[in-house]
Design a protein around this ligand. Sequence first.
Ligand code: DWN
Ligand code: ZN
Length: 424
Amino acid sequence: MAKLAGARESTSHAPSRLLGQCMVCGSGDLDAFLDLGQTALANRFLRATFLDAPEPTYPLRAAFCRGCAHVQLTEAVPPDAMFRDYLYISSGSDTLVAHLEDLSRLLAARYSLGPGELVIDIGCNDGTLLNSLRRLGVRPLGIDPAENLAAFTQSAGIPRYADYFNSKTATRVVEAWGNASVIVATNTFPHIQDLHDFVEGLRIALAPGGVFVIEAHYLADLLDRVAFDTIYHEHVSYWALGPMAQLFEQHGMEVVDVERLTVHHGQLRTFVQRKGEGIVQPNVVRVREEERARQMDRIQTYRDFASRSLRIRDDLRSMIHSLRAEGRSVAAYGASAKGNTLLSFAELGPTAIEFVVDRSPLKQGLFTPGTHIAVVGPERIRDSSPDYLLLLAWNFVDEILRQQEEFRRRGGKFIVPVPTVTIV
Ligand code: DWN
Ligand code: ZN
């Protein structure tokens, strides 16, 4: 089991960096459209002994680039404050484990990956995807700065380079392991702060004809589901295909295929190659046209999204405060990172939310960042029988409702916060 929490034992406050320019096109014409306030880091859960210590918080604002329509944060938190000691593990959801198994099969079949061919997973986390790839006979390598998660891949005998991926580390990786047929990054690309250097790293590490596969939450789904809670400091970018294609074009690469996925809260799976090495599929043109048709290149779209986000915050606050005033008990399910944006923005602390349940032993026994609600194991639902559970991991609603049949049979209700506050 991974060790707990180095960063949570420190009260040091590394300052954030103001992003005065678009990370994709360099334009200084950034229009901030949603201010989520001064917020603690979403995965920086606290030990009880640190509840009274000063907690670092950072501005959390999303902005639209009038130059290329990229959506990004206005401030970047130093990556070491977020990623060296990482609490989230991919194997925490059955849905996600099944999804990553499917992805490994797709990659092996689509690129006829044979034994000895190197596949790199950037942001490999606990090695869930790499384990599946290895079972299919390919040579896996994980790259991930999270020192506390290295034990997972180490015990599985999977090599891991414990650092960030960039042009410098790509050179070291190639010296040690050779070039990769496939490089994959699931839920990592939105975290990258120096995109241009990252893409240069890809050009160094990919074998000729090699492909980079990205899975990342998709801006169109974020808008549709009003998933403002997925905005937090780790996610410095919110990707649409248009700006992403523009980024790769600047480096002699191109998006050759794309598909939409339902996993998490709706994602985009993008296939990228060096220009001329792959055949661009009609999907790429179609998705870019859809983005233009739904005005994802207009600031008004994001202003409307911001209004809907504020409405959800207000509705949720008043629903929970009324329930508490009527004497009902309210707890929450899923100590997700996005849940911490929601709790902080709606100012819901331990007087409103009694506890948060999470299956992950890495989070149990800690307290939510900023709002200081205790995280406990799922057995607490049976022991305390809360009347309502606020679903903070609403992206796994089907999986969680299936598990919690007994709670619902006994009259318990879930509050689903987005796209509108609903009781189920
Ligand atoms: O991009 C990111 C996404 C993909 O993962 C990262 N930056 C961080 C993380 O975000 P998150 O924490 O919002 O992800 P999840 O997957 O929505 O988190 C769900 C939480 O709920 C986990 O702590 C696991 C927990 N859980 C549970 O207790 N019982 C999840 C399921 C499905 C369950 O049945
Ligand atoms: Zn731009």
